[in-house]
Design a protein around this ligand. Structure first.
Ligand code: BGC
Ligand code: NOJ
Length: 814
C-alpha cells in the first residue's frame, strides 16, 4: 500500500493522505538555520545546534504524535467553523490534501468547503530565517470572510533545559511586540545576544504571545480558544510559555487568491549593540527589521525560492545516472544524494528519532558521511575534516563526538572507541580522491583543540594508524576499547546496573577483547595511507604500512576465520564472538562485509565463502540482518547488543548501514546480480509499495528494518540520519555502477546485473564533466575503454588536459 507517489520530474515525494503510518518528514535549511517539518506541518527549527539554539518547541514522543509545528488555522467567519489546511492540529476531513516534500522545501495544501490553502515552507540560502508562503483561494460562488491564525511555540533556547527546568523556565519567558512583529527575547537581557522574531506580510488584527491566552485553559492545539472565538487577545507573555500567533483577516471574492507571508527568524546582535536605546532593555531590532521588510514581500520570497531550487539543481546535477532500474535512478539522482546532505548538516542530531539534545557530530559517523556528500560540497567537506581532526587526541584516539556550535569534543561521551581514528583516514582519502586537493595534508591542525599542538593533518593520519598498532590484543588483533563500529558490542562494559550508559561504562581494563572488524578496517586504511604516503614521496613509509597490513591480514586468516565465515571478535575471556562455537550470535554481518570489501580472501575463495554464508544465514527479503541467531537473553559480557529484543537494532535487526559493505564485497567477487539484489532489498523507493509494512518514509533510508526474529519483520525505524545514506550512495555509484574516484583519476569498474544492457552517467569530477556510457557485450565485468573516441588501456580515465571541460567515456563490458 502507498500513501503517495514520487514526482521525479519535480524531485518531490507527494503524500496524498495525511495520516501516514509515522510522520514523514523533510528538512529545511542547508547552512546554519535548520528545521524539520513533517507532512502535517509538525517539527521545529534551530540555529546551528539543535540543543543549544532551539527556536521552536517540539514535543517528542507525545500523543498524538508529532505535535509542535508551524501551524495555520483558517476560520470561516460566517459559520465559525475552523480547520488546519495541513490537517494537524485540527484533523478535519480535508479534500485534496497533498504534501510535497521537495529539495529543501515542503508544500502542504488542501481544500475545505471550497477554500483552498497551500503553504510553502523553506529557508532561503544565506539567511537565518524561514518563510511560510500561505496562498488562500476562494473556490466558492460567494465571497468568503476568513480569519487566518498562525502559531508557533517558542522553545527557551536550550532544548534540554527547556524540557526539564520548569521551576525557572515558567518565570523567564519574555517577548516584545512591535509593528505586528513578535520578538522572542527570553534570557536576552542577560547573557544571550540572540533573539527570534515572527513576522507577517499583512496588517494584523491582533496577536497572542502567551500560550494560555491563545489556547485557553485545558485546551490543546486542536481547538485553541482564540481560534474558536475568532479573536486573539493581544497577550504579552511574562513567564510561562511564550508563543507567536498572528491574526489576519481576509475577505476573498469568488475565485480570488491571496498570499500571506510569514517570516520566522533568528538574529544575533553584537554584544555592545544589544539594546536600543542602549541604556534600555529593549532589543535592538535594526538588523532584523531589514530582513523582515525584504521577505514579507512575496516577490522577494519567490526569488529566494528560485535560488534555492538552483542550488539543489546544481548539487544534484553533479552526478546523474540513467540505468534500467527506476529505483536506482531515483535514489541516486534525487533522494539518496539529498539524504546524504541531511546527514552532512545534521549528523545524528535532529530527526523524529534523534531529539537534537543527545548527540552532536559523531567522529566515526561524520567521516563516513563524507563518502556520500564530498562530491557535492567539497569545500565544506574540507572544513568538516579539519574540525573533526581538531578533536583528535594526542594518542591518536578521538573524541567520539563534538558539538557543532563550539566545535569542541564532548567530554560526557569521551573517547576510547577504537575504530574511530581509522574513519578519519577514510574521510580524508575520499576527499583527496574526489578533489585532488593534496594540500589538505599540510594543514596545521591541533590535537584536542589545544592551541600550540598543531601538526600537519598528515601527522594526524599517521597517529590514527599507529593508535591501533599500539593497541593489539592477545591474538594480535586490534583491541576493541569501548566499542568499534557496532556501538552495542560492549565487550569491556559488564554493566549490571539499570540506567548506566553502555557506551561510557567500562568495567574491564580492555586488554583482552579484540575486534576482527577493526582488523578489516585497518587493512583498508593501511592501504589508503600507503597510497597517500607514496604520493607524498614516502616510499619507505608506504611499504612499512603495507607490511603491517600484510601482517594483519595473516592474523585475520589465522584468528579471524571460523571455517565458513569471519569471526566477529574475542570477548574479555578471549572467547570467540560470532563463531560456530557460540550458541547465539554465531555469524555477524560486519566482518563478512568489511573483510571482503577490504579484499581478504579474494584469491583463495575465503571471500566467496563468507559471502555465501551471509546469503545463507543472514539474508532476508527485507535486507541482511546483523547477526544470527539473535541473542535471546542479556549477556553481561556483550553489553547493549543483547539488551534489544531479538530482531531490533544491533540484535539481529537489518542494520541498513552495513548492508552496502556486503554489496561492495559482492562486487569484489564479481557478482553484480548479488550486489544489486541486496541494494534493491533495502532501497526505500523499491519498498514504496509495502509502505504499510515499511512505515517510514519511502524516499529515504532508515537506520534499521526489523529483522526476521521480530514480530514486525520489515518495519523500518530511525529514518534519515544514518550512515546508511552515504554507504548506499557510495556502494551503488562507486562499486556497482563502478564510477569510482581514485587518487589518480576516475576509474570505470562496473559490476552490474547481467540483465542490464548498459547505463549512462554524467558525473562532474575535479571541474570536468564526464559523460560516461557503459554497454554490455558479454556477461563479465572486463572493461575496455574509449576516451574521447580513442582507446585507452586499463580502466582508469586519464586526467584531461587543463582547460578541457568535458570528457566522453565509452566503456564496454565483456
Ligand atoms: C544504538 C546505536 C547507537 C548508539 C549511540 C545505541 O543505543 O543502538 O545504534 O550507535 O546508541 O550512542
Ligand atoms: C549508530 C551510530 O551512529 C553509529 O556510529 C554506529 O556505528 C551504529 N549505530 C552501529 O552501532
Amino acid at each position: 500500500m502507498k500513501y503517495g507517489y514520487f514526482d521525479d520530474q519535480n524531485r518531490e515525494y507527494v503524500i496524498t493522505q495525511p495520516d501516514t503510518p509515522l510522520p514523514w518528514i523533510n528538512y529545511l535549511g542547508c547552512q546554519a538555520y535548520f528545521g524539520i517539518i513533517s507532512n502535517t506541518a509538525g517539527g521545529y527549527s534551530f540555529y546551528r545546534d539543535a540543543r543549544l539554539r532551539r527556536i521552536t518547541r517540539y514535543r517528542y514522543n507525545n500523543v498524538p504524535y508529532d505535535f509542535g509545528g508551524r501551524y495555520i488555522y483558517l476560520r470561516d467567519e460566517a459559520s465559525g467553523e475552523f480547520w488546519s489546511p495541513s490537517w494537524q492540529p485540527t484533523r478535519n476531513k480535508l479534500e485534496e490534501y497533498t504534501c510535497r516534500h521537495g529539495m529543501g522545501y515542503t508544500t502542504i495544501g488542501s481544500k475545505y468547503k471550497g477554500i483552498e490553502a497551500r503553504t510553502r515552507y523553506f529557508v532561503p540560502l544565506d539567511e537565518n530565517l524561514e518563510i511560510w508562503q500561505l496562498t488562500v483561494t476562494n473556490h466558492r460562488a460567494q465571497a468568503a470572510e476568513l480569519s487566518v491564525f498562525s502559531v508557533i511555540e517558542f522553545c527557551l533556547w536550550d532544548a534540554q533545559d527547556d524540557s526539564t527546568n520548569f521551576q525557572r523556565n515558567f518565570s523567564i519567558g519574555q517577548v516584545e511586540i512591535e509593528d505586528g512583529v513578535i520578538y522572542h527575547k527570553t534570557e536576552y537581557r542577560e547573557r544571550r545576544d540572540h533573539f527570534a522574531y515572527f513576522a507577517c506580510s499583512e496588517r494584523i488584527a491582533g496577536y497572542d504571545t502567551q500560550r494560555e491566552a491563545f489556547l485557553g485553559p485545558y485546551r490543546g492545539w486542536e481547538n485553541p480558544a482564540a481560534v474558536e472565538r475568532g479573536r486573539v487577545s493581544n497577550s504579552v507573555a511574562h513567564g510561562w510559555a511564550p508563543v507567536g500567533s498572528h491574526h489576519v483577516k481576509l475577505l476573498l471574492k469568488p475565485g480570488e487568491s491571496h498570499q500571506v507571508v510569514f517570516v520566522l527568524g533568528y538574529q544575533e546582535n553584537p554584544r555592545e549593540e544589544k539594546f536600543d536605546p542602549s541604556d534600555s532593555q529593549i532589543i535592538n531590532k535594526k538588523s532584523a527589521k531589514a530582513v523582515i521588510a525584504k521577505y514579507r514581500v512575496a516577490a522577494n520570497a519567490d526569488a529566494a525560492f528560485k535560488k534555492l531550487s538552483e542550488y539543489w539543481n546544481e548539487l544534484l546535477g553533479l552526478c546523474q545516472v540513467d540505468t534500467p532500474d527506476v529505483h536506482t535512478n531515483r535514489m541516486v539522482n534525487i533522494w539518496n544524494a539529498y539524504q546524504c546532505m541531511a546527514t552532512f548538516n545534521m549528523s545524528r542530531s535532529a530527526s523524529f528519532y534523534e531529539s537534537g539534545i543527545g548527540r552532536g557530530l559523531g567522529f566515526r559517523d561524520s567521516n563516513q558521511d563524507l563518502l556520500g556528500f564530498v562530491h557535492m560540497v567539497p569545500g565544506r567537506a574540507r572544513e568538516r575534516i579539519l574540525d573533526l581532526t581538531a578533536t583528535q587526541l594526542p594518542s591518536g584516539g578521538a573524541y567520539h563526538q563534538y558539538q557543532p556550535l563550539t566545535k569542541r569534543g564532548n567530554n560526557d561521551v569521551g573517547s576510547g572507541f577504537n575504530d574511530d581514528p581509522h574513519w578519519l583516514i577514510i574521510g580524508v582519502s575520499a576527499y583527496i580522491k574526489e578533489t585532488g586537493d593534496w594540500s589538505i595534508l599540510d594543514e596545521a591542525v591541533p590535537y584536542d583543540n589545544v592551541p600550540g599542538s598543531e601538526m600537519p593533518l598528515y601527522e594526524h593520519l599517521q597517529r590514527s594508524f599507529r593508535y591501533t598498532l599500539e593497541r593489539l590484543g592477545p591474538h594480535g588483533l586490534p583491541l576493541i576499547g569501548r566499542a568499534d563500529w557496532n556501538d552495542c558490542l560492549n565487550l569491556n562494559c559488564f554493566s549490571d546496573s539499570p540506567g548506566q550508559s553502555f557506551q561510557t561504562t567500562t568495567n574491564k581494563d580492555g586488554k583482552v577483547a579484540e575486534s576482527v572488524f577493526i582488523a578489516g578496517l585497518f587493512l583498508l586504511t593501511g592501504r589508503e595511507l600507503a597510497d597517500i604516503a607514496r604520493h607524498r614521496g614516502l616510499a619507505g613509509e608506504a611499504s612499512a604500512y603495507l607490511g603491517e597490513v600484510a601482517k594483519m591480514e595473516k592474523t585475520i586468516r589465522q584468528h579471524g576465520w571460523d571455517g565458513e565465515w569471519f569471526i566477529r571478535a574475542y570477548d574479555d575471556f578471549s572467547r570467540k564472538v560470532g563463531s560456530k562455537e557460540n550458541a547465539e550470535g554465531k555469524i555477524f554481518i560486519e566482518t563478512q562485509g568489511f573483510c571482503t570489501l577490504a579484499g581478504v580472501g579474494l584469491e583463495d575463495g575465503l571471500a566467496a565463502r563468507a559471502l555465501e554464508s551471509t546469503r545463507k544465514l543472514l539474508a532476508t527479503k527485507h535486507g541482511i540482518v546483523l547477526q544470527q541467531p539473535a541473542y535471546s537473553k542479556y549477556y553481561l559480557e556483550y553489553g547493549e547488543i543483547s539488551s534489544y529484543p531479538p530482531g531490533y537494532k544491533e540484535n539481529a535487526g537489518i542494520f541498513c548501514h552495513n548492508n552496502p559493505w556486503v554489496m561492495i564485497g559482492e562486487t569484489r567477487v564479481g557478482n553484480g546480480d548479488g550486489a544489486h539484489d541486496y541494494y534493491t532489498r533495502i532501497n526505500p523507493s523499491a519498498r514504496e509499495e509495502i509502505s504499510e509494512v515499511h512505515r517510514c518514509e519511502p524516499y529515504v533510508y532508515a537506520q534499521m528494518i526489523a529483522g526476521r526474529d521480530a514480530p514486525t519483520h520489515g518495519e523500518a525505524k530511525n529514518s534519515w540520519l544514518t550512515g546508511t545514506a552515504a554507504w548506499n550512495y557510495y556502494a551503488i555509484t562507486q562499486w556497482i555502477l563502478g564510477i569510482r574516484t581514485s587518487f589518480d583519476g576516475m576509474l570505470i569498474a562496473p559490476v552490474i546485473p547481467k540483465s542490464w544492457r548498459g547505463f549512462r552517467v554524467s558525473r562532474k569530477f575535479r571541474g570536468v564533466t564526464y559523460e560516461i556510457e557503459v554497454k554490455r557485450a558479454g556477461d563479465g565485468n572486463q572493461v575496455s575503454l574509449e576516451v574521447n573516441g580513442a582507446p585507452v588501456k586499463g580502466n582508469l580515465v586519464p586526467l584531461p588536459a587543463p582547460g578541457m571541460k568535458t570528457v566522453s567515456v565509452k566503456a564496454t563490458l565483456r
